[in-house]
Design a protein around this ligand. Structure first.
Ligand code: FUC
Length: 841
């Protein structure tokens, strides 16, 4: 229900766009400075589209035949993949601190700082091969790898007496975070529900039937075996009277860490009717449940992880505590509390791309074809909501950040260790957090950044003789920061600086000064590292990084990797000075560090230092192909279709390349994207969605969404999306899901230049649609709807008060806002953008 306020506390202004660009940032900064309240929580700001609509479901007509068809549930710490089998059911389990190894010191020779002058000289003289060799001798970690994320185990259910199955359906309800399997057998309807409760910290499986006594099964836990037998992990599964199954183990040791990570998972059953007893066979212990009307299985799990420096907790005591806290709690209450907690986050935002067509009613895996044909754009809206769902389920305050697979991993040797790759993947995981109204889901990332700022101090001193901290292209649960893999990958080191932009963005969206003050030392440390390590380029006299690299690329890109007759590979030289991405990231770091000192009223000397250094950084360059150069030298190859497009960092997520302020760089960025091509791994395509949105090209943005949402199977083997809507690098990586959701938001709303831009990159394929609850910098929440490609309605809720500038195409408006009020677009103002001082209940 709407009501109108008679207040005249708004000022209407239709202002030419050019003047916006000039004052935009100033206005935004003033709005933030003026904000009296810090961190007023984000919330729901409108009525349509409904985020709880029946469309927010994934569903299938058959059980999952592979992990990439199974459905994920999670509470940030505990995760489960539900296969939806009938006679036998597999529920694969995760806990986010089950990693190999224990706390360790990753540092290598410790002689890095002594070798640094020589490495720099070699790089400046173009002797990259020698420079990489010396880097690898003196600057690398003790072992050129890091720890791996491990599966916890499996819950296996084996049912008896079911007979023929009909009416099968399995689904994932995104707004409730429940996976459900329903079918009929022998005249009985069976319903199974699985969820991971955030408030009760347990995995809950409910088995129900509409006839009494119909449920009989064996239930057990199982550990996973490392098929490559590389590890020395061990585990046992034992029954414990009266009726529990306990999986207890320790993960594989890793490079001599003294402590080993230990874990426990405990399965218990509550039966309504029938019996439950322990069953011992020579193979395994199980629970035998016979003739029950309904069953609630509860799994609690914990590890010995306390912090990256301490793995000495008692998992059994933690599990016991959890179970004693929920003892006697009825299934309905467990479920209702879990659903309410999830909905608190999930319901805040939604997008919708027109009324659902016939294809929207199809099972999820059958919608891809209609989506490709243009008749089911709603699949992209579902994909956006799924991205939000996955972030909520894999990253909750107090837990670990979403890793390469978020939370869900079945593999003892997962691709890239399922750890944290910080030259794109980790950051991409958190791109939707602020705009898609899930800011608190980024808390684990912020906590990790704080850890890293301490842990990486040693790496800064021993390798660089510098203050502060840095991060290269990877870290793990033990917060290892010494370079790994080789100089080609490991010499790049602006990951920490990049992560600081996430801290800054959190402040821009929330206006939370206390947060900024808390993290200011972290930001300052990251900037000090570069104040100490940037060097003057002998040819240009400007400041550059050296040694560094442009993530995982060298001149020539992938084609430059050649294979020797004996199978070994030659790779291009990656080590370099002043790659473009570094200069963009460091430029923004220095800029935001300076702004932070102003807002907090601290450190004028430091402010002057970063301003001076920023002005001396090498500029971006346009090369001979019309491209934005990836390196200082014009060596980009026209045949380079490499997945990383690092030098466009300044376009997205950075802000130094913009159609409004740097048109020449924008042309070069477009050329770069054309040369690179649209194809790519899952995350690479997700990044390109956001690039094209920032270039304000809606149709190319949509082309990338379509590519991202193309079905990947074992046969296609290409980047895209699996039947369970998880991103295919391939293999599965969650970055593409989360980056894809952020890219879709960027298509609908932008706010990085001091004004809220509505529908900045609306594709012609989406003539109609709506969004609600998206957040904009400056403390605003935005709802909007469009029809025939034109803005139809909009409502802006101000959380902090202050001036709000809004734009749609060439029309712009400015309104003075009061915190807590919602301002609604005047539908009568034809040809103008005008907001009424209306606010809604
Ligand atoms: C970087 C990327 C790869 C992959 C890995 C996890 O190495 O270049 O494509 O995403 O991270």
């Amino acid at each position: 229900m709407r009501f109108f306020s008679g207040s005249a506390s708004f000022r209407r202004a239709i202002v030419p766009i050019a003047s916006f660009a000039v004052f935009a940032f100033l206005i935004a900064a003033l709005a933030l400075l003026a904000a009296a309240a810090s961190g007023s929580g984000p919330h729901t700001a409108g009525q349509a589209p409904s985020p709880a609509s029946p469309e927010w479901k994934l569903w299938y007509r058959q059980p999952a035949a592979a992990w990439t068809e199974a459905l994920p549930v999670g509470n940030g710490r505990l995760g489960a993949m539900v296969f939806g089998g009938t006679q036998s059911e597999l529920i694969q389990l995760n806990e986010d601190t089950v990693w190999t190894g224990g706390p360790f010191d990753p540092r290598g020779t410790g002689a890095g700082v002594k070798a640094l002058p020589e490495i720099r000289r070699l790089v400046f003289e173009g002797k990259g091969k020698e420079a990489e060799a010396l880097f690898e001798k003196e600057m690398m970690a003790k072992v050129w790898e890091q720890a791996q994320y491990q599966p916890l185990g499996d819950l296996k259910l084996s049912f008896s007496g079911l007979g023929d199955i009909s009416g099968y359906r399995r689904e994932l309800e995104l707004d409730a975070a429940i996976a459900r399997t329903t079918f009929h057998a022998g005249g009985t309807t069976f319903v199974r529900e699985v969820f991971c409760s955030p408030p009760d910290q347990a995995i809950v499986v409910r088995l129900a039937a509409d006839k009494p006594g119909a449920i009989s099964l064996f239930a057990t836990l199982d550990g996973r075996v490392n098929a490559r037998r590389r590890g020395d992990e061990s585990w046992t599964v034992r029954g414990e009277a009266p009726a529990a199954i306990v999986l207890r183990g320790q993960t594989a040791s890793f490079r001599g860490a003294t402590e080993r990570l230990r874990y426990e998972a405990r399965l218990q059953a509550e039966v309504e009717g029938g019996t439950v007893e322990l069953y011992n066979s020579s193979e395994h212990d199980a629970l035998r449940i016979t003739g029950a009307n309904a069953v609630t299985l509860t799994i609690a799990a914990a590890t010995s992880f306390k912090s990256y420096r301490d793995a000495s907790a008692d998992p059994a005591a933690r599990v016991k505590e959890t179970l004693s806290e929920i003892a006697g709690k009825a299934y309905e209450r467990l479920r209702d509390d879990s659903v309410a907690d999830h909905r608190r986050l999930f319901l805040r935002a939604a997008v919708e791309f027109g009324p659902p067509g016939a294809a929207a009613a199809l099972p999820t895996d059958e919608r891809f074809a209609a989506f490709a044909a243009g008749t089911d754009p709603g699949l992209a809206a579902l994909y956006f909501q799924y991205g939000r769902y996955l972030l909520i389920c894999s990253s909750r305050p107090g837990g670990q950040p979403a890793n390469l697979q978020g939370l869900w991993n079945a593999d003892m040797n997962p691709a890239w260790g399922s750890k944290y790759t910080s030259n794109i993947n980790l950051e991409m995981n958190y791109w939707p957090a602020e705009v898609a109204n899930l800011a608190e889901c980024a808390e684990p990332l912020f906590a990790m950044i704080k850890d890293l700022s301490v842990a990486a101090g040693e790496t800064a001193r021993t390798n660089w003789g510098a203050r502060g901290w840095l991060l290269g292209h990877n870290t793990d649960i033990w917060r290892a920061t010494a370079p790994i893999h080789g100089a080609y990958w490991g010499a790049w080191h602006t990951g920490g600086a990049w992560l600081c932009t996430h801290l800054w963005e959190h402040f821009l969206f929330s206006g939370d000064r206390a947060f900024l003050a808390e993290y200011y030392p972290v930001i300052k440390g990251a900037a000090e590292f570069f104040l100490d390590t940037l060097v003057v380029h002998p040819k240009t006299g400007r400041l550059v990084t050296n040694p560094s690299g442009s993530p995982e690329n060298g001149p020539g890109g992938d084609p430059a990797w050649t294979r020797n007759p004996e199978g070994t590979r030659n790779r291009p030289i990656g080590i370099s000075a002043g790659p473009t991405m570094d200069l963009q990231i460091i430029g923004e770091l220095f800029g935001l560090a300076g702004r932070a000192t102003e807002i907090l009223g601290v450190d004028p000397d430091f402010r002057a230092q970063v301003a001076k250094a920023k002005a001396r950084l090498e500029p971006m360059r346009v090369g001979r192909l019309g491209q934005l150069q990836e390196w200082m030298d014009d060596v980009d190859s026209p045949d380079d279709h490499h997945r990383h497009v690092s030098h466009l960092w300044g376009l997205y997520p950075g802000t130094s390349i913009s159609p409004r302020t740097t048109p020449k760089l924008v042309e070069a960025a477009k050329r770069t994207l054309e040369l690179r091509g649209d194809a790519g791994t899952g995350w690479s395509m997700a990044w390109k969605i956001a690039f094209w949105a920032r270039l304000l090209d809606g149709d190319h943005t949509w082309e990338m969404v379509k590519r991202q949402l193309s079905l990947t199977t074992a046969l296609t083997g290409k980047g895209g999306t699996y039947p369970n809507l998880l991103d295919a690098h391939p293999p599965f990586q969650i970055d593409g899901n989360l980056g894809g959701a952020a890219g879709i938001a960027e298509m609908l709303l932008q706010s990085h230049e001091g004004e809220i831009v509505l529908l900045p990159a609306l594709p012609s394929a989406l003539p109609q649609g709506a969004f609600r609850g998206l957040r904009a910098r400056g403390g605003f929440e935005v709802d909007a709807a469009w029809e025939n490609g034109a803005l139809k309605s909009a409502a802006i809720t101000s959380r902090l008060g202050g001036t709000c500038r809004v734009r749609w195409g060439k029309l712009a408006a400015e309104l003075k806002t009061t915190a807590g009020k919602t301002y609604v677009l005047d539908p009568k103002a034809v040809g103008k953008l005008r907001f009424l001082p209306h606010f809604r209940s």
